[in-house]
Ligand binder design. Structure first.
Ligand SMILES: O=C(O)[C@H]1O[C@H](OP(=O)(O)OP(=O)(O)OC[C@H]2O[C@@H](n3ccc(=O)[nH]c3=O)[C@H](O)[C@@H]2O)[C@H](O)[C@@H](O)[C@@H]1O
Length: 432
């Protein structure tokens, strides 16, 4: 009994080590008594490892093949049908980020006027993917097909260009959000830098090359104090990694324009809001919290100055996107070489009338008929800028861009959508 207890609960761990070492030694000598046996064992182990590794690579390859959510005749047919142009001089557009906020609106607008549209989206979980799935269903109900895939997947992109000779790419897929860059910097590099380059590589290699219109951001103006912001103002002092990746995007696209003749239009969006919007944005999360009786945090700038944004309504942004597609010239390259210089443009798409964040909250309170629990705090140093204000003269002159929706009207439409989408009782909604 005592011996058994000693074996199970040794008083000194060192003792066990010594005893085990002796036992292992004895076994070792028995097993590998001769050099030839050892040689055979070694051969056996090498063969075992080799067959394990080849089996692993077989499993990897086949699971990649099995889990790929794209490919096949049926898939290609869906893409061709969705890309069909149904009007004279229409265009066929690959919309990246099509299940996103701006992407879904632009896709529907293009489809409605008879253009061909194919969407691409990776449905990541930066915010509730069920909202992205709902947008996908909405697009499907219009006859727009959204491919589930990533802009970092070069094989998928070249396959898409094989199936459809897209005339345009509307590139809206990105890691959005200014403050989230503190938490997850790598995701900004992955989508906004690496993903952008992979997409441009596919566009450059496509024959014919498409014209590219893509989403930059008002955040590139960074610490600028000169208002309103004009395209010619300096943009070399970003305040967040998000802004830095968007600014890099402007430079990366310039390179592809310069070397390969890709026609490029970059759009600096100013805090876009509206129905089917992004739950991570202030107007959306404030609405959710106000309705749930939870407090909202309102940031305030230096010297107790309210923060302000040039909030821009989604329908105005859509018009700016379509205007950009319609005025984009063709790319000029093929086979990796440009034939002549191609168009390179950058435009502000804003509303030209900044509104403070507390005013935004007051408008929401009025439409929601609920008082917000306001918690006002100093703006943390996490990438925010105190204000934005767009000068849109260039977009007005060259794209015919003319925003028509003020924040009051736009938020009214947003609140109406929000209450309906999230199933709130129509308490006083007749007034909306
Ligand atoms: O215009 C742009 O370029 C950018 O607009 C928005 O960024 P942002 O203007 O920061 O929009 P929100 O996150 O909705 O914030 C709006 C305002 O509310 C403030 N805020 C935000 C969140 C919060 O909890 N409290 C709060 O006071 C922010 O400081 C900011 O002044 C988008 O999130 C970016 O993807 C986009 O690129």
């Amino acid at each position: 009994m005592r011996m058994l207890e000693d074996e199970l609960f040794p008083s000194t761990p060192g003792k066990v080590k010594i005893e085990r070492a002796h036992a292992i030694n004895r076994q070792f000598h028995r097993c590998f008594a001769s050099t030839s046996t050892m040689f055979l064992w070694a051969l056996f182990l090498i063969a075992l490892t080799a067959s394990y590794l080849s089996f692993q690579s077989f499993v990897d390859t086949s699971s990649k093949y099995l889990s790929a959510s794209w490919g096949g005749l049926h898939w290609e047919k869906q893409i061709r049908v969705s890309a069909e142009v149904r009007r004279a001089h229409g265009i066929s557009v690959l919309v990246t980020g099509a299940a996103g906020f701006v992407g879904s609106h632009v896709s529907i607008a293009l489809h409605k006027r008879g253009d061909g549209v194919v969407g691409l989206d990776n449905f990541n979980s930066y915010y509730d993917p069920s909202l992205k799935k709902a947008r996908k269903s909405l697009l499907a109900s219009h006859g727009i097909f959204v491919v589930e895939g990533d802009i970092n997947d070069g094989r998928l992109l070249s396959k898409l260009f094989d199936v459809v000779p897209f005339t345009h790419v509307m590139h809206l897929a990105a890691q959005a959000g200014v403050r989230y860059a503190i938490e997850n910097p790598a995701s900004y590099v992955h989508s906004n830098i690496a993903g952008l380059v992979t997409l441009l590589e596919a566009c450059k290699a496509a024959d014919p090359q498409p014209a590219v219109v893509w989403a930059s951001s008002s955040s590139v103006y960074g610490l600028n104090e000169k208002v309103p912001f004009s395209e010619s103002d300096r943009t070399d002092r970003p305040a967040s990694l998000y802004a830095a990746t968007k600014k890099s995007g402007e430079e990366i696209t310039h390179t592809y324009n310069h070397i390969y003749g890709l026609s490029i239009t970059g759009l600096r969006f100013f805090t876009v809001y509206g129905p089917w919007g992004r739950p991570d944005m202030a107007y959306f999360s404030f609405t959710r919290n106000i309705l749930q009786g939870k407090p909202i945090t309102i940031y305030r700038g230096k010297d107790r100055v309210d923060l302000a944004r040039d909030f821009t309504y989604i329908d105005d942004i859509v018009k700016g996107c379509l205007g950009s597609l319609d005025t984009a010239e063709k790319s000029t390259g093929s086979g990796g070489k440009k034939r002549r210089p191609a168009q390179y443009r950058i435009y502000n798409l804003g509303n030209t009338s900044p509104v403070t964040v507390p005013t935004l909250v007051s408008i929401l309170e009025r439409y929601l008929k609920v008082k917000a629990k306001r918690n006002v705090v100093e703006m943390p140093g996490n990438g925010d800028v105190p204000f934005t204000h767009a000068n849109i003269s260039l977009a007005r002159a060259e794209l015919g861009y003319k925003p028509t929706t003020n924040l009051e009207t736009g938020l009214k439409k947003f609140v109406k959508w929000y209450l309906h989408y999230y199933g709130y009782r129509p308490r006083g909604s007749k007034n909306l």
